[in-house]
Design a protein. Structure first.
Lengths: 106, 150
């Protein structure tokens, strides 16, 4: 099941700024369940990929040091109003999430 | 079958391979670099990620709060003025696992990223950029009043 990503893309002066928030616990695997004392298993996003009209423009590898419900912002040169930006993430358990935005000119 | 540690390792690497295959959505991804992500030693993580290259200071800017009151989510911006920069890697020196991330850049991606990282305690943030001109880094201390690794 793909979980939603909130994502926005705005174009200004030839640069498209993309801002995204992903819903994910980003568990490090070192936290203990306070009631049972058991370790909560690691569950974190490992890879994030972003495409512009289907072409990859950004990818990144993450470890457990990224905060819960990850926020990410970056800029790409170019892009045009109406272009499609898609962000996809994959975590260490093989789950994925995706979100899409249409570039809006400012 | 005898369920030994070796069996467990064999099966976990098989599932890692199948996870890598299913995550390739049409584009070749560099493989998730498990060694630097898993090491607890900053020096080892740093030298694995930079592949032992010599790293100079400069050309990289870290924008981060001087004092973070919530170590679970510290906002940082990293940028570089190096032309043709290939990647930006981030470390939190005193975290239990110091290597945080690498962003793989390309000619479309402007050379700055913003993200939020976990910091367990007051520590230096280190950002390293790989470029055709070599590896460059910046280091910035962030004071953490409430640690963020849970």
């Amino acid at each position: 099941m793909s979980k939603k990503v909130k994502i926005r893309a705005t174009l200004k002066d030839g640069v498209t700024t993309i801002k995204a928030i992903m819903t994910h616990p980003m568990e490090t695997g070192s936290r203990k369940n306070k009631e049972t004392g058991e370790l909560i298993p690691a569950h974190f996003i490992k890879e994030v990929q972003v495409t512009l009209n289907g072409e990859v423009v950004m990818n990144t590898h993450w470890g457990t040091g990224i905060s819960k419900n990850p926020y990410l912002s970056f800029q790409i040169k170019g892009g045009a109003a109406g272009d499609s930006i898609v962000l996809t993430w994959t975590d260490n358990l093989g789950e994925t999430g995706t979100g899409e935005a249409t570039i809006k000119a400012k | 079958m005898k369920f030994t540690r070796r069996t467990l390792l064999k099966y976990s690497s098989l599932s890692a391979i199948s996870a890598a295959i299913t995550s390739i959505t049409g584009t070749v991804f560099a493989q998730w670099p498990s060694a630097p992500f898993e090491t607890k030693a900053f020096d080892e993580a740093f030298s694995l990620v930079t592949e032992g290259a010599s790293v100079n200071e400069g050309h990289v800017t870290i924008d981060a709060p001087q004092i973070a009151d919530n170590g679970a989510s510290v906002p940082i911006d990293i940028s570089t003025d190096l032309e043709g920069a290939e990647s930006i890697s981030v470390f939190v020196e005193k975290n239990p696992r110091p290597f945080i991330t690498t962003f793989y850049l390309n000619d479309k991606l402007a050379s700055s990223v913003s993200l939020r990282v976990k910091m367990r305690e007051t520590s230096d943030l280190i950002a390293v950029v790989k470029s055709p001109e070599g590896h460059y880094m910046a280091r910035q201390n962030v004071k953490v009043t409430a640690g963020g690794c849970g």
